[in-house]
Ligand binder design. Structure first.
Ligand code: MD3
Ligand code: FE
Length: 219
């Protein structure tokens, strides 16, 4: 569908949730109306807390570059994965979570049946062609009863949504610029990953994909 055709739909029609699990839904283009507010906010965050390649506890450098905003940020080094209130690069608090992102995440969670959602952590993942995220579970948060909201920007990616065992067959879900996904409940600990990003040029973000993952990580 072309953007001109999408404009004919009302907001609620455009954001019909597509359920990919019992408690996980894709909200196609849910973030599109906020992108032009989000991008300058992101640029400012990345200026204060630059994207960097973290080292995994196994000693490998991650291919995806990352940063964070919010009260807590996800970090990885030889000692393990964890959430920290300070950016280890600057020893300063992570930049604040922009209002537009807090509000978008809360509305998306509500649209998928998880209200209220008050995230305190936003992980910013930046992919360039060839970058991937191998199958993993998100287990570094304190309380798995909170959902996770993810916002995709830039180049499209194929997301792998597996089961509770690494060896479970994964379904593939294509995520494009402006798509939002909400994961929760019994799907919260499912294995997931991102296949190597295909080369391309996005009109707004260039040769990149940015994924924002909003979580409630702390108490
Ligand atoms: C499914 N990031 O940073 S977020 C991650 O596109 C991560 O950068 C992906 O996985 C990305 O940890 C996708 C989507 C996500 C997050 C948590 C989940 C999917 C999930 C928890 C359970 C199931
Ligand atoms: Fe993850």
């Amino acid at each position: 569908m072309k953007q001109s055709e999408l404009d004919l739909f009302t907001t609620s029609e455009r954001h019909q949730a597509i359920w990919i699990g019992k408690s996980s839904a894709v909200l196609p283009l849910f973030a599109l109306a906020e992108v032009e507010t989000l991008l300058p906010a992101l640029r400012q965050i990345i200026r204060a807390a630059p994207l960097r390649h973290m080292i995994t506890p196994g000693g490998q450098q991650m291919s995806v570059a990352l940063s964070n905003c919010g009260d807590l940020g996800w970090v990885s080094d030889r000692r393990g994965y964890r959430y920290t209130p300070l950016d280890p690069l600057s020893n300063q608090p992570w930049p604040a979570l922009p209002e537009v992102l807090l509000e978008l995440a809360a509305r998306a969670a509500e649209a998928a049946g998880f209200a209220p959602f008050t995230p305190d952590a936003c992980l910013i993942n930046c992919y360039v062609p060839g970058n991937r995220l191998s199958l993993h579970q998100d287990r570094d948060e304190r309380d798995y009863s909170h959902p996770i909201v993810s916002v995709s920007l830039g180049l499209p990616a194929i997301f792998q949504f597996g089961g509770h065992q690494r060896s479970d067959r994964a379904q593939r879900v294509s995520l494009s610029h402006g798509d939002v996904v909400v994961w929760g409940g019994e799907d919260r600990l499912r294995f997931h990953g991102v296949l190597p990003l295909k080369p391309g040029e996005h009109p707004r973000l260039g040769q990149r994909r940015i994924n924002l993952t909003l979580r409630k990580a702390g108490p």
